[in-house]
Design a protein around this ligand. Sequence first.
Ligand SMILES: Nc1nc2c([nH]c(=O)n2[C@@H]2O[C@H](COP(=O)(O)OP(=O)(O)OP(=O)(O)O)[C@@H](O)[C@H]2O)c(=O)[nH]1
Length: 138
Amino acid sequence: MNELNRPVTEVAAGILLDVEGRYLLGQRPEGKPYAGYWEVPGGKIESGESVFAALKRELQEELGIDIESSEELVVLEHDYPHAYVRLHVSIIREWSGVPKGCEGQLLSWQLLGDAMPTVEPLLPAAWPMLEKLRLLKV
Ligand SMILES: Nc1nc2c([nH]c(=O)n2[C@@H]2O[C@H](COP(=O)(O)OP(=O)(O)OP(=O)(O)O)[C@@H](O)[C@H]2O)c(=O)[nH]1
């Protein structure tokens, strides 16, 4: 619960960053809240699961890749009408396999140097994490 007495949904989101300074966005599939919106891949953390374990599981399920390590970027909270979410955002620089849309979702690599993503709309809570990423000048 938070101070508003709303249950908090803990979410792990992973920014895949390649050596050319590109990061990956995925489009939310039909049937989920905000279907059609673009987001950083990830999903809900299960009870008793660490942030890293959730990220590893979600990226295997959604993208078919295997991650060995991650670096925490930021923790953000967002109050949606359907849920109050706490997003644990990590950067992932190394993975094995080639990311694919395993749930039928579209994927798009974006240049970190670009002011705006070339796809839209983005989930509201995805904007602050991208701002934070740019400030890092990674
Ligand atoms: N993965 C991800 N989720 C985000 C982002 N921004 C954001 O607000 N969220 C929110 O975090 C929650 C993640 O839930 P999800 O629906 O992706 O999780 P999941 O895959 O475990 O879903 P499921 O329970 O339908 O299987 C949603 O409420 C979503 O709106 C983001 O950039 N990436």
